[in-house]
Design a protein around this ligand. Sequence first.
Ligand SMILES: *Cc1c(COP(=O)(O)O)cnc(C)c1O
Length: 465
Amino acid sequence: MTEQFHDPAILAEADAWRSRDLAVLWHPCTQMREHPDTLPLLQVARGDGAWLVGPDGRRTLDAVSSWWVNLFGHAEPRIAEAIARQARTLEQVILAGCSHLPAVELAERLLALAPRQPGRAPLARVFYADNGSAGVEAALKMAFQWYANRGDEPRRTKFVALENGYHGETLGALAVGDIPLYRRVYAPLLAEALFAPSPDAYLARDGQSAAGHAEDAADALARLLDEHAGEVCALVLEPRVQCAGGMRMHDPVYLKRARELCDVHGVFLIADEIAVGFGRTGTMFACEQAGIQPDLLCLSKGLTGGFLPLSAVLATQALYDGFLDDSRERAFLHSHSYTGNPLACAAALATLDIFEADDVIARNRATAARMAELAAPLRAHPHVADVRQAGMIVAFELAEGGRRGAPFDPARRTGLRAYRHALARGVLLRPLGDVLYWMPPYCIDEAQLALLADVTRTAIDAATA
Ligand SMILES: *Cc1c(COP(=O)(O)O)cnc(C)c1O
């Protein structure tokens, strides 16, 4: 193995590959000027479980599940086989006016799995889009148009979202996001949204519990909805974890309160479980931890096990019924070319099969407990202000002297330094600012977890020294 790392022919090929990449590609979410000197470019020839394998055979642990999409490891054979089989049968067909069984079966199974709340009619309809942002856009448009179709409340045009929330990068999704780095430059293009304070437990006052802070945030949401009574069509939020906002976690009591407030105010609740769905926070869906059911549920990322882009928006029958009319204009005239792609649906069906066959949620409980043990010693690190966990997500908030609310000077690029250190030692962490996190594929094993914990510690040491 080590021989291969130094094979001159392989190294020359890898160099050529890097040059070709930098000559033609525009990488996502990247200041391209930083490539490759400040920001190394990890070349991936293949995937193997939780490993990414380079052209020289070098292995890197994918501790971020390739932007939170991968569930069971790379190149998982059961999903690969399901896609191959579907590709030989039907690769794609227009979903307007046509039907295919993978789309039907997936919708049936998603609805059967979706969160339920006693006394509430279950989610009953599935609309497909082809990525997370597109799913959020569809949900926002559905909530807005439901009221527009009714026509009796012309002032119901506003969305409420949470501070520090994230829902994607397209203009509609960005309008309900609150991460300045992604949003600021486009602000003049964005629809106006109202932002309610985040229930984020990291913002709790000294001595205040996570639940206490969540109650305060819910009180603030109540005031905002009172102030704008009759003007809001939907509240959109990420249940349990604001992921892109720095893996900030909140107490489920907030979700209960938000559900009640939406009911009182005639506001649709849109749960964006694009990142937290499919077992990521310990339950199949994060809403289950609050015992609530949203009116619209957005799913993507892990939906296909991380193989293909697909999103699904689950809606209640009442919402769906608001579009049934003799007029075509009252229909939901929204589509994407690849809506409900059969290959993606086949990958999603194989993913749901694996949840059953491998008893994934139960196995994750054991893995999450091991992650907690390995993360615990870092609480005592002099520059770690918070270690938090929700199931298969663990986050480490780095701060000067380990003091809450004392972030490092951004010019120090603390997170980036940790990233580079970890990458050189075979672990792909991709910090959010100065928040390091573990969000590994569920198949991560004991030896890989030990490597992850060890490299995280030395990366934090190196970056904060
Ligand atoms: C990633 C993400 C999105 C956007 O999904 P894309 O497929 O990247 O467009 C939306 N909401 C949340 C919560 C996400 O984490």
